[in-house]
Design a protein around this ligand. Structure first.
Ligand SMILES: Nc1ncnc2c1ncn2[C@@H]1O[C@H](COP(=O)(O)OP(=O)(O)OP(=O)(O)O)[C@@H](O)[C@H]1O
Length: 355
């Protein structure tokens, strides 16, 4: 058995999303046999995503069936975009075209859901005009400063948190002008000790203003989640958000419909208060993945008010938020694997322009 034999065996491992085997897709970075152990480096970039965990499991299974012990590592090169947040593997931006659709709720639950899957997570509340993440996770600590004037973010539910709210105090009216926002956001990235993270979830302010632009220009974003409600007006606004990401070539991980059906606490049945299927139809129209429907459930708001994200709750609404988290993180993986596999095909010798 040599390294080529191991590679041939790995052709049995299908990528569940891209519809080919991982060798043909260029997702095997390297194979080395050392002391009877196959050290396999895979181009997987979404830690704890169910589909990438399944790929790794399948690799172990295929090699194990031939009696080959293996050590797996996962590594994707990030597109060269400077040194902002070099130890953060994936930045996920949560956006909405208009306010009040539940963007912060979605961001908090996504971050808590990723943390529950086992990932190292940061949650950055970039909504400078209405920061409400600290309340939603009941952050009882404030950030600490080191002697080197670095800020240490407090942690809650295993997530590192940063919010404007920590710096201004809850009751201060925040009136920021564009350049101030720019400076502040840049500082919050540079001066906070985020450490190594698998995911940083950013709660953007609603709309398409200065903060969003600053972020898209300074931070390498793995992908954006766009939150809408079923109403047509909300869907129209979501289109504007989509255009903004398109202009900056930021991948969109998908569209999630929040406040879909009202889950009645008394009769447990669902009522479509704001209409039905708007988010899914919109996703189809713009050919973006649909990340799911999140019910309008009074317990979501209570969880937000009490600092207990619903994604950590066992019920059906918690299930909907967990399913959304898993789809989102699977799509982070797809974005990376697609980029890598396209890039590697393009890496074939380029035609000689002089001939
Ligand atoms: N699925 C849901 N079921 C019930 N209540 C919800 C749901 N999603 C959000 N809410 C509630 O709706 C209110 C607005 O949600 P949230 O603050 O997340 O919206 P937002 O889009 O971030 O708003 P903003 O414009 O202030 O940024 C909150 O009280 C929240 O608890």
């Amino acid at each position: 058995m040599n390294e080529d034999d191991v590679r041939s065996l790995l052709r049995e491992v299908e990528d569940p999303d891209l519809g080919d085997d991982i060798v043909s897709l260029g997702l095997v970075n390297n194979v080395e046999l050392r002391e009877e152990v196959a050290h396999v480096s895979l181009a997987l970039g979404a830690p704890y995503s169910p589909n990438e965990t399944a790929i790794a499991g399948r690799v172990r299974e295929v090699l194990g069936a031939e009696g080959i012990e293996c050590e797996l590592t996962a590594n994707v090169d990030r597109p060269a975009e400077g040194d902002v947040l070099p130890d953060v593997k994936n930045v996920i931006a949560v956006a909405s075209g208009k306010g009040g659709v539940g963007k912060s709720t979605v961001a908090v639950n996504l971050a808590a859901g990723l943390s529950q899957l086992g990932a190292r997570v940061g949650l950055f509340d970039a909504d400078v005009y209405g920061p409400n993440v600290p309340r939603m996770v009941d952050a009882d600590e404030r950030p600490q400063a080191t002697a080197e004037e670095q800020i240490i973010p407090p942690e809650k539910y295993g997530m590192k948190l940063m919010s404007m709210d920590f710096l201004t105090g809850e009751d201060d009216p925040v009136i920021w002008r564009g350049p101030m926002v720019h400076k502040l956001i840049t500082q919050l990235f540079e001066d906070v000790e985020w450490g190594s993270l698998d995911y940083m979830v950013i709660d953007l302010p609603p709309g398409t203003g200065d903060t969003q632009l600053t972020l898209l220009q300074t931070v390498p974003i793995a992908g954006a989640v766009i939150v809408t409600t079923p109403q047509e007006v909300a869907v129209d606004d979501a289109k504007k958000g989509l255009e903004m990401f398109g202009k900056h070539e930021t991948p969109v991980l998908g569209i999630v419909e929040n406040m879909s059906g009202f889950r009645c606490p008394d009769c447990s049945s669902e009522h479509a208060l704001f209409g039905e299927g708007g988010g899914e139809a919109f996703a189809e129209e713009v050919e973006m993945p649909f990340l799911g429907e999140l019910p309008l459930d009074p317990r979501v708001r209570e969880g937000g008010d009490d600092g207990a994200p619903i994604v950590l709750d066992d019920g059906e609404t918690g299930d909907a938020f967990r399913a959304f988290t898993e789809r989102t993180v699977n799509n982070v993986g797809i974005v990376h694997r697609q980029r890598l596999s396209n890039g590697r095909e393009r890496d074939e010798p380029a035609p000689d322009p002089s001939s």
